[in-house]
Design a protein around this ligand. Structure first.
Ligand SMILES: CC(C)(COP(=O)(O)OP(=O)(O)OC[C@H]1O[C@@H](n2cnc3c(N)ncnc32)[C@H](O)[C@@H]1OP(=O)(O)O)[C@@H](O)C(=O)NCCC(=O)NCCS
Length: 153
């Protein structure tokens, strides 16, 4: 199966913002500096979107969202793998995320639950950690050095 991973420009953001908003995810900081977003597609169209903020060797995985009609068949895994590969290419060694609803999914994708207070300063100061995500959100991390992305199926 062929997958394409396309970086988004500011002009590409409205469809992502719409999908994020429909799923209760933050949109208020999408155009702030330091954010990168990608669209992942296969032959059948959109698999989903994912985003990244780089803070030295640490990266914030964010805005991972799959259209409802593509969920449950590996799209979320494909989007997460694509952003993880982009992160590796940018020198990121650890990925962090906050989620209120998808901790079980990200555990399947190699992330471990961790204490929010263990996040390094750059991640802790990100808009998501500092205010956009509720304090009850689960904090998770994944070591990118010790792991590899599975080949697409
Ligand atoms: C979270 C989301 C991206 C997952 O996308 P998806 O396409 O359904 O995920 P996948 O099909 O790739 O599943 C990934 C893994 O999670 C597992 N999984 C999927 N849904 C699950 C659930 N509700 N509970 C537990 N595990 C689940 C799958 O079995 C799979 O593991 P496996 O490959 O070992 O079997 C999607 O549900 C979504 O867009 N949700 C709304 C936005 C959101 O909450 N994003 C996270 C913000 S950080």
């Amino acid at each position: 199966m062929t997958r394409t991973v396309t970086p988004l420009t500011d002009g590409d953001l409205p469809p992502l913002a719409g999908l994020l908003a429909a799923n209760g995810l933050p949109t208020g900081d999408l155009t702030m500096p330091g954010r990168r977003f990608w669209r992942v597609e296969d032959e059948d169209g959109l698999l989903g979107y994912g985003g990244l903020e780089v803070h030295g060797p640490d990266g914030l995985l964010r805005s991972v969202v799959v259209p409802p009609d593509r969920r449950g068949s590996g799209a979320g895994r494909a989007v997460t793998a694509a952003v993880s590969e982009e992160a590796r290419g940018l020198g990121v060694e650890r990925l962090w995320l906050l989620t209120t609803t998808a901790a079980d999914v990200f555990e399947r994708l190699g992330f471990q639950r961790t204490d929010r207070a263990s996040a390094p300063p750059g991640i802790a100061a990100s808009a998501q950690f500092a205010g956009l995500c509720p304090g009850s959100a689960v904090c998770m991390r994944r070591d990118l050095i010790a792991s590899k992305e599975p080949a697409p199926v």
